[in-house]
Design a protein around this ligand. Structure first.
Ligand code: HEM
Ligand code: HEM
Length: 915
């Protein structure tokens, strides 16, 4: 721990609520330091302000170009104002051809470190709406504008490049038109307003704003179908900002244009007689604030899914105590903090944190936990508000893009059409929105995953992007070049500048041997040369749940808060008087789910139970699912399957009786043949219909002879069930275990006590279970006979597949599988549970993560039977006596009861014939 360069606050979360609240204070302290030390202004305000007159309207409305938000310094945050810096200007030196601009060759960085190739790495806790959303936001915040034609940057294609030999040419960023030549730092204009004001919809100048308005009832222009008008030549929508267009942007601009118009309708109904301009101005304020709120309390906690961040973002908007009457979600946490303040210091020293909060953290608490929005005056910490070059840099999130838009029918898990993203660009975007149907696209984006923000995850089309009038470009190479060109420091200096520890070795970043080798070669073993984007994407150590690493996060902490706390319309003027009371309610009471549902009622059932529209809407099994890591597959089934479909308290379905008639041929064959983790369409479980599911780990014992997954498996799912309603044919428990493998199919084993069960004993842990049970002469169910249709040994499951593969996906040379294994229940669990009739699932859901549920024993003695039952018994006893302990099954989550756990998850049986 001591040696790591990474932040330590995430370690506090293991101390429960107080730790989480402590971490929140640490973050607040960091933000305070950043606000005091890391804001550098690059603008001549007097020159800017000279021509600006703030009229009466600007007192209560956002202006088209963003001027007059801060009345004393009216140019602050407006369009065409220069980007500021979060690093000291003395280190923000542009790299040039004479020094390091091309070192190492940006195309080589792209080829070696950025290329995804066929290996798409998904971010499984997010959906693809999150990708389109962040680009939509970025277009509200900033753009460097059209590039310059003069003096392009040229560099050779590296040997063996897929594009052949020759050179690649990249246009330079358009220089700041007002540069005199004497400046020490390079500066660039933001062509959009710096404010969070919806300028991607409303434009950043009067002409664009006029073009999007209908001038009737405060509304934006839409056609008879509610769609945006399009530009004659480009076919792209007429909207505030329409660069880098694709269908994801069409969807969002369409949705929030409709939302604006819905707000305008509401305003007009409440305020008959108000002018078009009045209605427009209010609708813009409300719509912009709604988008800012969705970003703050929904998008951000989805991509930074950590309890500390969830509270931090909630506090950013509302204040944890809840200024508004009904917001008491975290009141309990606040109480814990207040009542235990004295203990915080020792928690901090336990994880080695110097809080920077001083001896008395109380004074910072108010600041940390009070809402930024509403109820306070704007505060720019003495530095006029602008976004910064470093902020632009950390939002280079192109790996979030998939290669294809997969389109599904609403409610379906089956891809109907798959369209390469490059075919969804520019005018194709609007055509697709019409052809595919906006609601189907929203559903499809809702259930598919974006790419993860890691190295080697730029989609290939982005590395070979055709732009009109520009030619073929490589976005990854450009992203690298832009930071160098614009004087954003390289990674290690970037970290030093923003109060983070520099790394000392490449091994600090990643443990992947290939990546390490490539990084070291490319950067000539010099950690100081690592490009800032490369370092950010490489960071393997991330706070739990974080979709990006701490270097990006540090920039984000500062700017995310600053955008809210400097803006008059999020502070002093976030009031009923300026927004109208119904307007404030609209912002406060609506979520992204509400907005989607309002405009696409057909999605109501797909959104059922969703509290965050940016998390995967359902369990979708992408074509490349099997190639994922064991952990990612477990996580996906657990989060998007089990957790998403958990039964609400009080609505757990009763256990149905066995449905013998359902054990039809096709079900039996599917059970022994299909290689899948989820049930195929039309498949249902006629026996064992209800159970409880938990994440488990198989912890191996030392020295046993069995190979493959028997040597250990960290990612498994365990399902405990009964054959059917115990009041029908007695209590007959069963166990199904799935162990995940990196890049390959999972392996499964099931076990029973006996075919007919344990009669009236309702203790699920009463007896050992095994993969082999003896046929029973008077088995009333007749499953043995039925299962004989597909196997000569219907009461045996074999485990050779499980012994053939290790959890990292490597094969085993000399395979050794047990013939029989025994799941021996933990004695204390067994003794704790009643044998009287009751629902066994209630016993399981009380068990915490970390419970050792079974000891597992295995033997390699052959399974023999005799015509004489007593001899068969003796063989069984001998086998059991010869078995040695091979490991333990330990839960890594609580047990859940869910629809997915009952009907969705599939455990393949391996037949004797398939060993
Ligand atoms: C199909 C979708 C997209 C396309 C075609 C696209 C294309 C581009 C292009 C051509 C540029 C300008 C490159 C230059 O400096 O020469 C750019 C810049 C950028 N893109 Fe994207 N992009 C897409 C999606 C995204 C997404 C999802 C994000 C996520 C945040 C993103 C963030 C950025 C940022 C931060 C910049 C820098 C802007 C600036 O320099 O002011 N883009 N993109
Ligand atoms: C080879 C002949 C067998 C066939 C055709 C067969 C078929 C089935 C079917 C159709 C189901 C219900 C549907 C499902 O869970 O997906 C099932 C469930 C189950 N079977 Fe078998 N079975 C066979 C042998 C065995 C044996 C020998 C054992 C254990 C000794 C066993 C243990 C289980 C268990 C524990 C379940 C419940 C699985 C769960 O929790 O999801 N089966 N089997």
């Amino acid at each position: 721990m001591a040696m790591t360069p990474w932040v330590t606050w995430p370690a506090l979360t293991k101390f429960g609520t107080l730790g989480i609240m402590g971490a929140l204070l640490v973050l607040a302290g960091q933000r305070e330091d950043l606000l005091n030390n890391n804001m550098f202004d690059e603008e001549d305000w007097a020159g800017r302000n000279a021509a600006i007159v703030c009229d009466q309207r600007s007192l209560t409305a956002r202006t088209e170009d963003g001027t007059c938000n801060i009345l004393e310094n009216p140019a602050e945050g407006s369009a065409h104002v220069n980007f500021g810096r979060n690093v000291n200007p003395s280190v923000a030196q542009a790299e040039t051809l004479n020094d390091t601009l091309l070192v190492p060759n940006p195309r080589e960085v792209s080829n070696l470190l950025m290329s995804r190739g066929d290996d798409f790495k998904p971010a499984t806790t997010l959906n693809f709406i999150a990708t389109a959303w962040i680009q939509f936001m970025v277009h509200d915040w900033f753009d460097h504008g059209p590039r310059s034609d003069a003096n392009p940057i040229e560099f050779p294609l590296p040997p063996g490049d897929a594009l052949g030999s020759g050179t690649m040419s990249v246009q330079r960023t358009r220089p700041d038109p007002r540069v005199s030549g004497t400046e020490t730092t390079v500066t660039y204009e933001n062509i959009n307003t710096h404010w969070w004001d919806g300028s991607q919809l409303y434009g950043s100048d009067k002409a664009t704003n006029d073009a999007v308005r209908s001038f009737i009832d405060g509304k934006l222009e839409v056609d008879a179908d509610g769609r945006l008008p399009t530009e004659f030549l480009s076919g792209k929508p007429v909207t505030g900002f329409n660069e880098n267009w694709w269908v994801g942007l069409s969807m969002l601009h369409h949705l929030f244009t409709l939302e604006h118009n819905a707000i305008a309708d509401m305003l007009k109904a409440n305020n008959p007689g108000q002018s078009d301009q009045w209605l427009f101005d209010k609708a813009r304020l409300i719509n912009s604030a709604l988008m800012a709120k969705i970003h703050t309390v929904e998008w951000t906690p989805a991509i930074l899914a950590n309890p500390v961040l969830e509270r931090a973002m909630y506090a950013n908007w509302w204040g944890l105590g809840g200024d508004r009457d009904t917001r008491d979600r975290f009141q309990g946490d606040l109480d814990t903090l207040n009542n235990n303040l004295a203990q915080l210091g020792s928690l901090f020293s336990l994880v080695g944190i110097d809080t920077g909060l001083g001896d008395n953290p109380t004074s910072s608490i108010e600041h940390a936990l009070a809402g930024l929005v509403g109820s306070r005056t704007p505060n720019n910490y003495g530095v006029p508000y602008t976004l910064t070059e470093e902020f632009v840099s950390v939002y280079r999130m192109h790996p979030l893009l998939r290669d294809n838009v997969d389109i599904y029918d609403i409610g379906s898990n089956i891809v109907d059409t798959s369209i390469p993203i490059q075919h969804t660009r520019d005018s194709n975007a609007e055509a697709l929105l019409g052809d595919a149907g906006a609601d189907r696209l929203w559903y499809s984006f809702g259930i598919t995953h974006p790419g993860a923000l890691t190295l080697n995850n730029y989609p290939d089309f982005m590395r070979n992007l055709s732009l009109p009038f520009v030619g073929d470009i490589d976005m990854a190479a450009i992203d690298i070049l832009r930071d160098r060109e614009r004087g954003v420091p390289r990674y290690n200096e970037f970290r030093r500048q923003i109060g983070l520890k520099p790394i000392t070795r490449f091994e600090d970043l990643t443990s992947d041997p290939t990546l390490l080798a490539n990084l070291k070669t490319l950067y000539s073993n010099d950690v100081e040369m690592i490009d800032t984007l490369v370092g950010q994407l490489a960071e393997e150590t991330r706070p739990e749940g974080f979709g990006f690493g701490e270097t990006s996060f540090q920039i984000f902490i500062l700017n995310a808060s600053r955008r809210l706390m400097t803006d008059r319309f999020f502070t002093t003027d976030y009031t009923d008087a300026v927004y109208t009371a119904a307007g404030i309610d609209w912002v406060e009471d609506n979520t992204m789910v509400d907005v989607i549902r309002r405009h696409f009622p057909s999605l109501a059932s797909s959104l059922a139970g969703m509290d965050n529209a940016f998390k995967p809407w359902g369990l979708n099994m992408p074509a490349d699912y099997q190639s994922w890591s064991a952990g990612a597959k477990q996580d996906h089934l657990w989060v998007n399957g089990a957790l998403r479909t958990s039964y609400a308290a009080g609505s757990v379905p009763a256990i149905e009786p066995i449905d013998i008639g359902g054990l039809i041929n096709s079900v039996l064959w599917t059970k022994v043949r299909d290689v899948t983790d989820v049930t195929p369409p039309g498949y249902s479980k006629p026996i064992h219909p209800r159970g409880a599911l938990a994440k488990v780990q198989f912890v191996p014992s030392a020295g046993h002879p069995f190979t493959g997954l028997f040597k250990g498996a960290d990612h498994g799912l365990l399902r405990l069930s009964v054959t059917g309603d115990p009041s029908d044919r007695g209590f007959a428990p069963g166990l199904a275990l799935k162990l995940f493998v990196d890049g390959r199919r999972s392996e499964n084993i099931s076990a029973l006590y006996t075919l007919s069960g344990q009669g009236s004993n309702h203790n699920i842990f009463a007896n050992e279970m095994s993969n082999y049970v003896q046929p029973e002469v008077n088995e009333t169910l007749g499953t043995t006979a039925l299962f004989s249709l597909v196997s000569t040994k219907p009461t045996l499951l074999v485990m050779s597949d499980m012994a053939k593969v290790n959890q990292d996906g490597s094969g085993v040379g000399s395979v050794k599988a047990p013939t029989q294994i025994y799941f021996v229940p933990n004695t204390s669990l067994r003794n704790a549970i009643s044998t009287a009739p009751h629902d066994f699932r209630d016993d399981l859901t009380t068990l915490p993560a970390g419970t050792r549920v079974y000891d597992v024993y295995g033997t390699s003695q052959a399974i023999r039977t005799s015509l004489f039952p007593w001899v068969t018994e003796r063989y069984a006893r001998e086998r059991r006596d010869s078995a040695v302990k091979i490991g333990e099954l330990v839960t890594t989550s609580a047990f859940t009861l869910s629809q997915f756990g009952d009907t969705g998850i599939f455990f393949k049986h391996q037949r004797y014939e398939d060993r």
